[in-house]
Design a binder for this molecule. Structure first.
Ligand code: GRG
Length: 293
């Protein structure tokens, strides 16, 4: 049986070393670098970089080839969390089991740490794959598009605009396809493209990504209802208290769980054309539904 914890901890050790080196060599100025490091190295689940590396592996690429892309994706994800936690957005005090960046530092420093992580991510992306410039450009385009105004940022905007209004299931899915799904899908597609996968492999990995991206968000909403804040390292019950649109609010808990299970099955089905080299992706799909944080 595939040992997912061992697989993730090995890849995360490489990732953490890579991220620490990027901050050491590329961030100048102690307060800004401290705030960036505080949030980046705070021990998140590293789901998106893990998916990126596993997609590279599924198409036969070495870890070293895909590692900078996985690192850049985690930087963008961390920036989005820092900004999402700000008083102007969700105004959260706890993230990754620690005080949020603006509470530990101050609001201006948190805004700048987020800006700096986003920018640094693109510097890292532009500095890698020097001998494969076309491929590097394609990866940058995919990630920028997923993170920007037709992806995560627009998803966040829709989320804020939907406060106080009950969304339909279709609207809620669209919101999350942008806010959470786009970066999850981009992590996978970028990993497969950097690993020089064939177009059918890239398509399969994209389909897997769409399904687990939505399942991840549904599980996040379920954990917000029944999760343990200590284990999650962040508050629970906030969707209900803020009257946020969520899958359990719209469908009920049982139907939400069923929906997530079906999506995980579709994700695994999308990998039918791969053999053992996609075992990590299959195991991560199982983790997405079983996770408790
Ligand atoms: C501020 C531009 C901007 C975007 C924010 C991703 C996001 C968009 C907001 C996060 C809000 C949130 C709680 C979304 C639910 C799903 C989600 C993305 C959770 C956080 O990701 P995890 O669980 O976090 O992978 P860790 O800390 O494990 O990396």
């Amino acid at each position: 049986m595939f040992d997912l914890p061992a697989y993730l901890s090995r890849n995360n050790a490489f990732l953490d070393r890579f991220l620490a080196e990027c901050l050491e060599s590329l961030a100048d100025g102690p307060r800004l670098a401290d705030a960036m490091r505080y949030s980046l190295m705070a021990g998140g689940k590293r789901l998106r970089p893990s998916l990126c590396l596993a997609a590279g592996e599924a198409v036969g690429a070495s870890l070293q080839k895909v590692l900078p892309i996985a690192g850049a994706i985690e930087m963008i994800h961390t920036y989005s969390l820092i900004h999402d936690d700000l008083p102007a957005m969700d105004d959260d005090d706890m993230r990754r089991g620690k005080k949020t960046c603006h509470v530990a530092f101050d609001e201006a420093t948190a805004i700048l740490a987020g800006d700096a992580l986003l920018t640094l991510a693109f510097q890292v992306l532009a500095s890698t794959q020097a001998n494969r410039p076309q491929l590097a450009l394609e990866v940058i385009r995919i990630i920028a598009s997923a993170a920007g105004p037709r992806g995560m940022v627009q998803g966040q905007m829709l989320d804020m605009q939907s406060e106080g209004r009950t969304l339909t299931l279709q609207e809620l899915q669209q919101l999350h396809a942008l806010k959470t799904g786009a970066m999850i899908e981009a992590a996978l597609v970028a990993g497969a493209i950097a690993g020089e996968g064939s177009s059918s492999q890239v398509d399969a990995v994209r389909e897997y990504g769409k399904a687990i991206g939505l399942a991840f968000q549904i599980v996040d909403d379920i954990l917000n209802v029944e999760g343990d804040p200590i284990i999650m390292g962040k508050a629970a019950g906030t969707d209900q208290s803020r009257r946020k649109n969520s899958f359990p609010a719209l469908l009920g808990l049982e139907k939400s769980k069923e929906f997530a299970q079906n999506l995980i099955r579709s994700a695994v089905d999308a990998l039918a054309g791969f053999g053992a080299e996609a075992e990590a992706l299959r195991a991560i799909a199982g983790y997405v539904i079983e996770r408790n944080k």
